[in-house]
Design a protein around this ligand. Structure first.
Ligand SMILES: O=C(CO)[C@H](O)[C@H](O)COP(=O)(O)O
Length: 239
């Protein structure tokens, strides 16, 4: 059996999602390696005359989008968006997600929550039967609350790890916060966990995106290019 080409899957999912963008839209741009394919493809459509405004969710995405000529707006300028394209670390059959592997979950959730449609693009490794059984759940915490929040998270049954860079220093988010990665020996029900996390002062946001996804696009290697879950919808493609 040939090995799956996950980069090809990411690219196929990204191309499909970019086909859903049409003239006049305000488009949210997520973060991560899968989104990079979407940003480059969107840049090609902009070069062909597509007229959009894009709101990036991280410094990295902003830099890439600017480099391919996508017109950009800042998040404070946005009131609502037509469509957001983003990646995910895990997605379950209800299209609920874990996000934040790249540490951009706060901006990603604000943009997703303001979007009429959230289109999630993934490769075939991301769909799972249940969330919280494999990928650690990222939460964003203000630096001075790290001790207090970690204590409360452990009381919820979580294993807590401060995310660090390869040089050992703590990872710092675009908002100057820290990321704690949570693991569970006995994974809780995501909705209940989300409620508990939202009640902890100093915990700014968590990576559970529940009930937000409109469309999940899974890139495939063989057969059809993509598998669609949720609502479909394809716009014009630049040739
Ligand atoms: O949530 C995210 C960043 O905060 C990313 O969307 C998620 O980590 C997926 O990244 P990739 O496409 O590189 O696998």
């Amino acid at each position: 059996m040939t090995k799956p080409d996950f980069e090809k899957e990411k690219e196929r999912a990204a191309l499909h999602a970019v086909g859903m963008v049409s003239d006049g839209m305000w488009v949210g741009l997520g973060s991560g390696s899968t989104i990079a394919y979407a940003v480059r493809a969107l840049g090609e459509r902009v070069a062909c005359g597509l007229d959009i405004q894009a709101v990036p969710t991280s410094r990295k995405t902003r830099e890439l989008a600017a480099s391919v000529g996508i017109p950009l707006r800042d998040l404070p300028d946005a009131t609502h968006l037509d469509l957001t394209i983003d990646g995910a670390d895990e997605c379950d059959p209800r299209l609920d997600l874990i996000k934040g592997g790249g540490g951009a979950l706060l901006h990603e959730k604000i943009v997703a929550s303001a979007s009429r449609r959230l289109v999630i693009i993934v490769d075939s490794r991301k769909p799972v039967p249940r969330l919280l059984h494999a990928f650690p759940l990222p939460v964003e915490v203000i630096p001075l609350a790290i001790g207090v929040v970690s204590f409360r998270l452990r009381a919820l049954g979580a294993g807590v790890t401060l995310r660090r860079l390869p040089d050992g220093t703590p990872f710092v988010t675009d908002e100057g916060n820290r990321i704690l990665d949570l693991t569970f020996v006995e994974p809780p029900e995501p909705t209940e966990l989300a409620r508990s996390l939202e009640a902890i002062p100093g915990l700014v946001e968590h990576g559970l995106f529940l009930g937000m996804t409109s469309t999940l696009v899974i890139g495939r290697n063989s057969g059809a290019d993509v598998e669609i879950r949720g609502s479909a919808g394809v716009g014009e493609v630049c040739s």
